[in-house]
Design a protein around this ligand. Sequence first.
Ligand code: ZN
Ligand code: ZN
Length: 449
Amino acid sequence: MTIEICAVGGFSEIGKNMIAIKYKDEAIICDMGFYLPKIITYQEEEGEVGSYGMTREILAKIDAIPDDSVIKEWKPFVKAIIIGHCHLDHLGGVPYMAGDYNCPVIATPYTLEVLKTILADERIKIRNPLKPLSTGSSIKVSENITIEFITMTHSTLQTAMTAIHTPEGTIVYANDYKFDNHPVIGKKPDYERLKELGNSGKVIALIMDSLYSDARMKTPSEKVAREMLGDVMLGVDNKGKLMVVTTFASHIARLKSVIDFGKKLKRKVVFMGRSMHKYISAAENLNLVSFSKEAEIVWIGEHVKRKLKEISLNKEKYLVICTGNQGEPKSILMKMVMKDLPFEFQQGDTVIFSCRAIPAPINMANRAMLEDKLSRKGVRIFKDIHVSGHAAREDHRDLINMLKPKYVIPAHGDVSKLTPLADLASEMGYVLGKTVLIVRDGQIVEVEA
Ligand SMILES: [Zn+2]
Ligand SMILES: [Zn+2]
């Protein structure tokens, strides 16, 4: 009996991740993401994806969500939509697409909390039940399919690696993972479970994150990013000047490190921006962090203005953590530099980019403009104070060795990203076109034990 795997999205671009897996007359979907560069072009405010009347039709027309018409015959068979983590390239499409399927959305509690915040902000109601599944647990979704969430690390909270168990064997969906042995928040990856699955000889296919498969390294731990941040924040002479850190709002562990160093500097920590509020409050609702005890969180326009006026009078007393790491036009940092907010950067103020610019033309252009404006004002810029949340080539080798899948299917990128992972698998004895399958959006492949 074969298992069909459909690459719905994320195999011809970086984004709009979605796959569907069908066994007999039962199917499941993993991820329903946004293609972010297309969204950013339409974005009114950073973090406020979709809140300006975007509909499924518009999103489909601008190519910002996966084209699930390729699995329209499978629709009645879909038993669950499984979302591996809260990043928008995996979760963003759910409010607009999940309603077409008569099944629950299954995700970890934090991922669901972020989804609920998005649904509330966008005033969208979906009829799908939302079912929490913690990492380290399983749920039977149909007669033949059981879903297991394996504890994994990435760059946001409660990321899961998904094992889809069928009577024929198991498919592992390993998009967006890293092997972090010193995570700042949360548990280490569950290597024991991965090895157990591999040793059972039951892993049929491994669908895996290929984004940095050409980087010949092991992706450094979040602990390294924390050291880098501390080195800059505590190590530069910043007397009398403002310090600003910008990073991804969903990177809660990174935000925690920034707060910790802000306290060491005896600065008052102020978070600014709607998406900062969104992801932090989702984490606080679940008691995963308690940032509002240690910092102020300001996201409403008027409050931001008032706070920045206050900060202007006493810059050396504050540490601002804000949106704008990609130079988004309506982000706090961009508005500060454009003087759309009552604030003026001065010679010697510090801006730390705890991120890397996402290599899409729109992001690169926005970031270049932001940096140019900052440097014209004499601001000290610290870039790339960051480590990635995506595994690199040598991590992938370890994952393949642990799971010993029959087939490897590279995901999370176009052919230029998929190919280096296919090369690695070939190096390890897999055969391109036979046991390593490079697929494109819309393609269905069959695998068997
Ligand atoms: Zn991610
Ligand atoms: Zn991703």
